[in-house]
Design a binder for this molecule. Structure first.
Ligand code: ADP
Length: 410
């Protein structure tokens, strides 16, 4: 069975895409459309080796963006497939599935309505994700579209993990609760960790640390998320590029009062805090590391605060699960920064974590075990691949369909 799957991640003004040949899980092409609906729209299209193709065109909406991507994928000069008929299905990243979706689904009318109903939980993302699905339905009406939710993997959290300590009626009325995000990444790295450790995922306790510009730590017990550090919103948990991490409500209320509006307080917490806010230098950990080497005390403080927040979650989640077999680092900072990994694990020897510092220092963006051979708790670096996870989920859903016609597309 030959299957080519187009994976789409639509933001409010951007679209990232990858075309997979599922026979060998090869990436045939990938690219990025930027500034959709804004002057200066452009596409950067890669197809294997060679320089990327850059096109600067007027791209008013997601429909036009997808049409352009399909033209590039099939064009005589830029293409990797002969015709659009070769695309068997599309998989879409959808940020919020609320409490309704614990797994990926094929997007029919009722799914589209449900995604729309979750817009109040993800006002910037869900409308863009929906626009992407609609645009694909129009461009290629014959193929299925899968919705792969960032929240789905965390729907296995028990109520004691997902409820907040506020009156229960707010959960009943408004579904105020922890949802957390990055589920596709946590699912991908946990299943890869099980493969690397050579043990069934059902018998593993993992703490997966997705530390990037946005970050979340998850307790994965037997392959199921049982706690996760992001919440109803995307600012709690560990300190992030521009988001605060965990905050006392007194601080939130103070900011609202001091700055005079909820919107301004929200901007401070989400866009001006975290690594950027503490350091006053940058939201990018590479800049912070460089500044700290040059002697900036605020940069050093920022790194220490970030590492301390990660450490607290690792230990807390091991406690929640009654132990941990492995700690996994992924995403931009987790995959690349040996310094953040080392600082985060410092002092966790008491719970059986022994880092091989020399090995850790040599790992930047590649898969590796960085604990010592005798470490009771393994430490792994696993580059995340959310797009591949979306493609795999899409393939699984398409194979399950009673109508197998699309599966034989070549
Ligand atoms: P996003 O959450 O936007 O998907 P990523 O997971 O790609 O983000 O992470 C991006 C972040 O990774 C950058 O802001 C930067 O701080 C960090 N990063 C990338 N490379 C390195 C590196 N070599 N050392 C430290 N941090 C890095």
């Amino acid at each position: 069975m030959k299957m080519k799957i187009l994976v789409l991640n639509c933001g409010s003004s951007s679209l990232k895409y990858q075309l997979f040949d599922m026979d060998g899980e090869k990436v045939l092409s990938k690219g990025l459309v930027e500034r959709i609906g804004i002057p200066g729209s452009r596409v950067k299209h890669n197809r294997g080796a060679g320089d990327p193709v850059i096109r600067e065109n007027d791209i008013p909406d997601h429909g036009a963006a997808i049409k352009m991507v399909l033209d590039l994928l099939t064009g005589p000069e830029t293409g990797v497939i002969k015709s659009m008929d070769e695309i068997s299905a599309a998989g879409h990243r959808v940020v919020h599935g609320g409490e309704k979706y614990a797994e990926s689904v094929l997007a029919d009318d009722s799914v589209m309505r449900a995604i729309d109903e979750c817009t109040y939980l993800a006002p910037l993302h869900n409308p863009a994700n929906l626009a992407g699905i609609r645009a694909m339905q129009e461009a290629l009406p014959g193929i299925p579209n899968a919705a792969v939710f960032d929240t789905a993997f965390h729907q296995t959290m028990p109520p004691e993990a997902f409820l907040y300590g506020i009156p229960y009626k707010y959960y009943e009325k408004d579904r105020v609760r922890r949802y957390s995000f990055h589920g596709t990444s946590h699912k991908f790295v946990s299943s890869r960790a099980a493969e690397l450790l050579g043990r069934p995922i059902e018998r593993l306790k993992l703490v997966t640390c997705h530390v990037g510009n946005g970050s979340s730590i998850t307790a994965v017990d037997g392959g199921r998320s049982v706690d996760s550090s992001l919440g109803m919103g995307t600012s709690p948990g560990v300190i992030m590029g521009t988001r605060s991490g965990d905050l006392d409500s007194a601080v939130v209320l103070h900011l609202v009062e001091r700055e005079g509006s909820v919107r301004r307080a929200s901007d401070i917490i989400n866009k001006e805090s975290g690594v950027l806010g503490i350091s006053g230098i940058s939201s990018d950990m590479r800049d912070i590391f460089a500044a700290s080497v040059e002697g900036s005390e605020r940069a050093a403080l920022t790194m220490n605060m970030l590492a301390r927040s990660i450490k607290k979650y690792i230990a807390a989640y091991a406690a929640v699960m009654g132990g941990a077999d492995a700690v996994v680092f992924t995403a931009g900072v987790g995959e690349n920064s040996d310094t953040v990994r080392e600082l985060s694990l410092e002092g966790l020897e008491f719970m059986g974590i022994k880092l091989d510092k020399a090995k850790n220092a040599g790992i930047h963006g590649s898969e590796a075990e960085i604990s010592t051979p005798d470490s009771p708790v393994k430490v792994l670096v696993i580059p995340t691949n959310e797009e591949l996870m979306i493609a795999r989920d899409t393939l699984g859903l398409v194979k399950k369909r009673p109508d197998e016609k699309v599966c034989s597309a070549s």
